[in-house]
Design a protein around this ligand. Structure first.
Ligand code: ADP
Ligand code: LRH
Length: 497
């Protein structure tokens, strides 16, 4: 008989509900895991006046749809868990009601705040206290922005819940803060696992907002009586999984030892390794690496790379202009385009949330004396080649910071459906890429539930099960001499040579 659990994985571009089915292994060997996607839905943010918000109630609705669909398909699950993108949160009033719609991390209300807080408190101090990379939208700067604008909601708020904590609270009525996602606030100490009171005080953020973080893999209530009545569902246990989607994705990396590099490839590209200790050196700070909390006391040394957001935003601009092309069509057009015509630094700040991504890319090329991409194929090829080259830079820096050497790169996430990107990445890094599984975050969410339920022993066993259950696709490096040459040009263009 298979044991089933239900994972909700909410990415910045879409969400899915996936049932995990764990079957006993042959002859008492390792169990086999399969998955069934029961629901998938877009996660479109909404612009309201000057601000960009998440449609949090729609996400709650979609989660309920997922629960209903799993039931209709006859899946009797033992538990459920939710993971999502990081840093964003809802504020709750004293009686537990949500105050306003959560801001989207790309909203402009944080413009300039990170720089100002960095000057006020010192980047060194912030990094030593938290180990977290400086991204303008970290929870810390969102709260500082609200404070500076005299937000009435912040004044009235009694508690802050990160997005998965908030959705879990809507389902169970229990408030808890989960540790991996809490680490992305840039307010949590990676060594003690506690909130940094000094930072909170310096920013004037009341301590009452923050609940003590709970370790991932902890049971965190059951579906409330109201939700059970509404959905005709039993009072299922809800587990606080690695609720940061990247933490879940890293759990699902099918590595067979401790020295592995991963690239979680979706809206963002998160490239790094897993370590027993954070790396809090000057060099890590200078390269703006992060040490996010992982499952089972691990630390995720990694760096954010702008990722397929660039492709998504080009697509959105062309869709709006009535020239709709699917992701596979865009990749096919890129494949036909001339190689290495122009290169960009995917992490240039002008790409964080431009009015028009194609215009921002053309501007960058103009500024750096390169031909501006004109056709869709030229544009997407420029993005994919540049991403692959940036992956090499970050992979090599991960090796320097961790003192490890990686034989190849594990790629997980929806981006592995882009075979051209996988090929380019193998060429650029000059090492094999092992692609799979595509639903990394959902799988990490699923196996942490099994660990909490006692059906999987530990993370090592979880990774062995995933390795045996989901085929990997290997991309051998091609044209490495060409990529090497272009890497040198790329370094000069982005100012990192
Ligand atoms: P997130 O979880 O951040 O929302 P996903 O992991 O779902 O992101 O990855 C979504 C991205 O994967 C899309 O932006 C797109 O670039 C890429 N992608 C998904 N399917 C395909 C496909 N069939 N061909 C090419 N690219 C794809
Ligand atoms: C990826 C992710 C990433 C964060 C970003 C906000 O979905 O969680 O790890 O930096 O979203």
């Amino acid at each position: 008989m298979s044991r089933k659990v239900l994972a909700f994985d909410l990415g910045a571009s879409s969400g899915r509900a996936i049932v995990g089915l764990l079957e006993p292994g042959d002859d008492g060997g390792l169990p086999k895991l399969t998955v069934e996607e029961v629901h998938r839905f877009p996660n479109d943010p909404v612009q309201v006046g000057k601000h960009l918000h998440w449609d949090i109630l729609r996400l709650l609705h979609e989660i309920k749809q997922g629960l209903l669909k799993a039931g209709h398909l006859g899946h009797e699950v033992e538990s459920l868990g939710i993971d999502s993108w990081a840093v964003d949160f809802g504020l709750l009033g004293r009686s537990g009601e949500l105050l306003g719609n959560p801001y989207h991390y790309r909203d402009h209300h944080t413009d300039g705040v990170m720089e100002q807080v960095g000057e006020q408190l010192g980047r060194e101090r912030i990094f030593q206290a938290t180990g977290i990379q400086f991204l303008p939208f970290n929870t810390m700067y969102q709260l500082a922005a609200l404070k500076q604008s005299g937000s009435v909601l912040l004044e009235q708020a009694d508690k802050l819940l990160m997005i998965p904590d908030l959705l879990r609270y809507f389902l169970t009525g229990e408030m808890r803060s989960e540790a991996t996602n809490a680490s992305t606030t840039q307010l949590l100490n990676p060594l003690t696992g506690e909130w940094d009171r000094g930072l909170l005080a310096a920013l004037g953020i009341p301590e009452r907002l923050l609940l003590p973080p709970t370790a991932p893999g902890t049971p965190a209530g059951r579906l409330s009586a109201d939700v059970c009545a509404e959905l005709g569902a039993p009072p299922l246990p809800v587990i606080a999984v690695g609720e940061h989607d990247t933490a879940s994705a890293v759990v699902a990396v099918p590595a067979d030892g401790p020295d592995f590099a991963y690239l979680s490839c979706g809206t963002w590209s998160l490239l790094g390794t897993e370590l027993p200790q954070p790396v809090l050196t000057e060099q890590a700070l200078a390269w703006n690496f992060t040490n996010e909390g992982g499952v089972n006391g691990t630390h995720r040394l990694l760096k954010n790379i702008m990722g397929l957001w660039l492709v998504q935003e080009c697509k959105r601009a062309w869709d709006k202009a009535g020239r709709s092309l699917s992701f596979p069509q865009l990749v096919a057009a890129a494949e036909q385009a001339e190689p290495f015509r122009s290169l960009i630094d995917p992490d240039d700040e002008s790409f964080l949330n431009p009015v028009s991504m194609p215009d921002a890319i053309r501007d960058y090329c103009g500024r750096t004396g390169q031909p501006a991409p004109e056709s869709e194929g030229q544009m997407i090829r420029c993005v994919l080649e540049s991403l692959a080259l940036k992956y090499r830079l970050v992979l090599e820096r991960t090796e320097t910071l961790s003192g490890k050497r990686f034989a190849g790169l594990h790629m997980v996430g929806g981006g592995i459906h882009n075979e051209l990107l996988c090929r380019f990445t193998a060429g650029a890094i000059g090492r094999p890429v092992w692609a799979g599984p595509a639903e990394g975050s959902a799988l990490g969410n699923i196996v942490v539930q099994y660990m909490a339920l006692g059906h999987i022993r530990d993370m090592q066993e979880a990774r062995s099960i995933i390795r045996r259950s989901f085929p990997l696709r290997t991309y051998a490096p091609e044209e490495t001499a060409v990529w090497q040459r272009v890497y040198e040009t790329f370094g000069r263009i982005i100012g990192e040579s």
